[in-house]
Design a protein around this ligand. Structure first.
Ligand SMILES: NC(=O)c1ccc[n+]([C@@H]2O[C@H](COP(=O)([O-])OP(=O)(O)OC[C@H]3O[C@@H](n4cnc5c(N)ncnc54)[C@H](OP(=O)(O)O)[C@@H]3O)[C@@H](O)[C@H]2O)c1
Length: 401
């Protein structure tokens, strides 16, 4: 692969595929050539040369000239099949598909070790922010204590419109969809799934532990009410959907949760579709990465950066995994939350280890207190439509031991 010309076979020509195609066309001096693009729908009009298009995956996979496969479809299972087939044929892979990578991390890792073929996926985690390569290269010997951030542009856009422009949730969501920040199926974004997939991938490169999406609890922003927003403003906070992972001793915690954020937190001023990642190293202390987490060109440029890196033989070395840090993912810790209900007595007070604030009115009742995370996530009340839960500003996690 060193210094050879890169000949691409691309799967998918949607938002990211077209962004990549335009970025390649507009970047001078690239040793990159697009050989074929595989898509699904035969009746769609395309902004690419007809000769490049195919509807048959084998035309790319069996083409010996193609040395790099770029996987940019929105079909998770199809994407994984393509990645497996490509690796077995010795073709390097670049993908932006967070759901596929997060769901199959260990298999993708094993295949890379077995066939000595690189798979790069920078664009899958926070779009244009080069977080994976930084974790792999820059922080390879620094012990990281925590990573937290806003990993989803659509929800950040919605929360910005709600907080700064006093828009309703449904209006803000519609606007995010119209601008192309939110998926057509909004649950992926607003339910916190997209952030969770990115968190899984980031945990691998921060702590060297492969965590499956099912192991990480995600809570969305759908139930944030006018009352919650009023309380946030009274407490001089904004609400942000935060993905976090933290190491305490030999245990790692992680979750995606709407969180009250104070002005002294750098994520407070991160607005609209921007993503931000705070890395807290044991020695380097806090560092902050900011960038657009979605969109055609920002994501296309991250994909192109991975393609270029292949020219120099770049591959992830999964350094933290091989350092054998002996860390374990645990979904139980003590956390302080605000739990609000429109119905009286829906939230079980007895589930809390301690309560620091309680409020009751005719329409709303809330408790702020510390609770075991496992008790919270398995409680009978957390999923009720009239109940909403947020993590309090400091997000002070405590080990149960
Ligand atoms: N959009 C973003 O800002 C963004 C940011 C970071 C990561 N990502 C990830 O990047 C990937 C692509 O996202 P996108 O927004 O570009 O999606 P998209 O606009 O919906 O485009 C998906 C493309 O995949 C093609 N496709 C689907 N199934 C296929 C199949 N079986 N065979 C061949 N082609 C198939 C579609 O073909 P047709 O054109 O024929 O329908 C379409 O061109 C996703 O995994 C997404 O999570 C997206």
């Amino acid at each position: 692969m060193h210094q050879h010309k890169i000949k691409l076979g691309i799967f998918g020509f949607g938002v990211v595929g077209q962004g990549l195609y335009q970025t390649i066309k507009q970047t001078k001096g690239l040793q990159v050539e697009v050989i074929k693009i595989c898509v699904k729908n035969k009746s769609k009009k395309r902004l690419a040369d007809k000769k490049l298009l195919t509807f048959n995956k084998s035309e790319i996979l069996n083409n010996k000239e193609i040395n790099v496969i770029v996987e940019l479809t929105n079909d998770t299972e199809f994407a994984f099949e393509i990645v497996k087939e490509a690796i077995k044929r010795g073709k390097a892979v670049v993908t932006a598909n967070k759901k596929m990578v997060a769901g199959h991390q260990k298999e993708i890792f094993d295949l890379q070790q077995k066939f000595h073929v690189p798979v790069l996926y920078e664009a899958s985690s926070c779009g244009s922010i080069p977080i994976i390569r930084n974790l792999e290269e820059y922080y390879d010997n620094d012990s990281i204590n925590a990573v937290e951030g806003i990993f989803n542009g659509a929800t950040n856009y919605i929360l910005t419109k709600i907080f700064d422009d006093n828009k309703s949730y449904s209006k803000a969501l519609k606007e995010a969809q119209e601008k192309g920040f939110a998926e057509t199926e909004p649950n992926m974004d607003v339910g916190g799934y997209d952030s969770k997939y990115k968190l899984c991938i980031i945990i691998t490169h921060v702590f060297g532990v492969f965590v499956k999406p099912e192991q990480i609890f995600n809570y969305g922003i759908e139930k944030i009410s006018d009352f919650d927003i009023k309380i946030a403003k009274e407490k001089n906070c904004k609400i942000k959907l935060i993905a976090f992972t933290r190491k305490i001793g030999n245990e790692i915690f992680g979750a995606v949760f709407p969180t009250f954020v104070k002005p002294d937190n750098i994520l407070y001023s991160l607005e609209n579709e921007y993503n931000g990642v705070v890395v807290e190293g044991a020695f380097s202390e806090k560092q902050f990465f900011l960038g657009k987490g979605a969109g055609s060109y920002p994501t296309g440029s991250a994909v192109l950066s991975d393609i270029s890196a292949l020219r120099y033989g770049y591959k992830y070395e999964y350094k933290k995994y091989f350092q054998d840090l002996n860390l374990k993912f645990k979904d139980d810790f003590l956390v302080e939350v605000y739990a609000r209900s429109e119905h009286k007595n829906s939230i079980r007070k007895n589930d809390f280890a301690s309560i620091s604030e309680e409020y009751k009115s005719a329409d709303n009742h809330f408790i702020i207190g510390k609770i075991r995370f496992s008790k919270l996530t398995t409680s009978s009340w957390i999923r009720k439509p009239h109940v909403n839960v947020l993590i309090t500003p400091e997000n002070k996690l405590e080990n149960l031991n």
